[in-house]
Design a protein around this ligand. Structure first.
Ligand code: IPM
Ligand code: MG
Length: 386
């Protein structure tokens, strides 16, 4: 038993050393990239698994259409990156194969389709999620997820911490013996400060009056306690914005409370709570298929859908009927992030018309509705008419 304990302690020591190194790197990265100073913005297009390529291709077509002038002038270029498939990842036994990672790093921003995340018991070996790996490798620390249901007064923006918490060592837990296993949750000062600042900066820039921090600091005292305390510290830099503090359990309940939920505006929360709460929140808007997600870092950013790769649709031959809206929403966020807010606004407006008011075509996920291609044509036609 002594030997087992020593092995576990040795593993833990390594993890501590790695995390301390990560903090040192974080401390050197102060500034966000300025796209207006980048001669050519490289937009990577990464299809992913399952229905991923089908819906990502459509969002890519729309981006090419909206940025045709910038492509011509050389301000923007697209780079299709193949190979982030579960088959390739399993072959390399890596969450992201080396050559794919290199290509990703040659881009400024990436539009990424959903990727299959294996878990114990799947036919695939239990390798790390490509999403989680990409967020870590490219240091995409802010996962920004908007949810809007105007007719119900819902206008929320979630700032989910994306590189720490229960995720950062999620594939590196320690099994001491057959009776005991540990996972680790990591909260760092720099990591929390930067996500809290991102949330408050967003609130300030968008005239929001309240930021809500969501933790379980009464029970998960060390890491969540630290997260909450740092949010309180950062809040002092933004005296015009109120910091509101909730526990994750009651928060999940209050999102369903029609009277209370309209009072929330901006949320800041650790990784796992952010994962859970944003799925719940997206449900009010029409489900995870309707939501886009931005993963923002200081050097790189990645935009994706929040749903999975729907392998069943592919097996049943229905991939061409997959709803591309989530990827188009991700494209909206990408456009606005790299400085084309005008185009982003148009695309969002067109998407709202196509999905909410006009609805000339509907997606049903099968041949009773439109194909992803027909729907994307409809969106582009609508953009043209604006
Ligand atoms: C998400 C997803 C991922 C996550 C999975 C696929 C690893 O649920 O983007 O929310 O847990 O972050
Ligand atoms: Mg999730």
């Amino acid at each position: 038993m002594e030997e087992r304990i020593a092995m576990a302690v040795e593993k833990f020591k390594l993890l501590i050393e790695e995390q301390l190194k990560r903090v040192e790197i974080m401390k050197t990265q102060k500034e966000f990239i300025k796209y207006e100073e980048v001669p050519t913005i490289v937009v990577g297009i990464c299809g992913g698994d399952g229905i991923g390529p089908a819906i990502t291709n459509q969002a890519h077509r729309i981006l090419e259409f909206l940025l045709a002038d910038e492509v011509k002038s050389g301000k923007v270029t697209f780079k299709v990156i193949e190979g982030l498939t579960i088959e390739n990842r399993v072959e390399a036994m890596k969450a992201i194969p080396e050559d794919v990672l290199e290509e990703l790093k040659s881009c400024h921003v990436i539009l990424k389709g959903p990727t299959t995340t294996p878990r114990a018991g799947d036919p695939w070996p239990n390798i790390e999620s490509a999403n989680v790996a990409m967020r870590k490798e490219l240091d995409l620390f802010a996962n920004v997820r908007p949810v809007r249901v105007p007719e119900q007064g819902i206008d929320w923006t979630f700032f989910r911490e994306n590189t720490e918490g229960a995720y950062v060592l999620g594939s590196r837990g320690v099994t001491v013996n057959e009776d005991v296993a540990f996972d680790f949750v990591v909260t760092t000062t720099d990591g929390t400060e930067r996500i809290a600042r991102a949330a408050f900066e967003y609130a300030r820039a968008n005239g929001k009056k309240k930021v809500t921090a969501v933790t379980k600091a009464n029970v998960v005292k060390t890491t969540d306690g630290k997260f909450l305390n740092i949010c309180k510290e950062i809040a002092k830099e933004y005296p015009e914005i109120e910091l509101d503090d909730w526990y994750i359990d009651i928060m999940t309940a209050k999102l369903v409370d029609e009277k209370r939920r309209t009072q929330f505006q901006v949320f800041v929360l650790p990784n796992l709570y952010g994962d859970i709460l944003t799925d719940e929140a997206a449900e009010f808007q029409g489900g995870v298929g309707t939501a886009g997600s931005a993963n923002i870092g200081k050097r790189y950013s990645m935009f994706e859908a929040i749903h999975g790769s729907a392998p069943r649709m592919v097996e049943e031959g229905r991939a061409q009927y997959a709803d591309p809206c989530s990827m188009i929403r991700a494209a909206v966020m990408l456009l606005s992030h790299i400085g084309f807010a005008d185009r982003a606004e148009k695309l969002e407006k067109a998407l709202d018309i196509c999905t909410q008011t006009e609805k000339k075509l509907v997606m049903t996920g099968r041949d009773t509705g439109a194909t992803s291609e027909q729907f994307s044509d409809y969106v582009m036609e609508t953009v043209r008419s604006l």
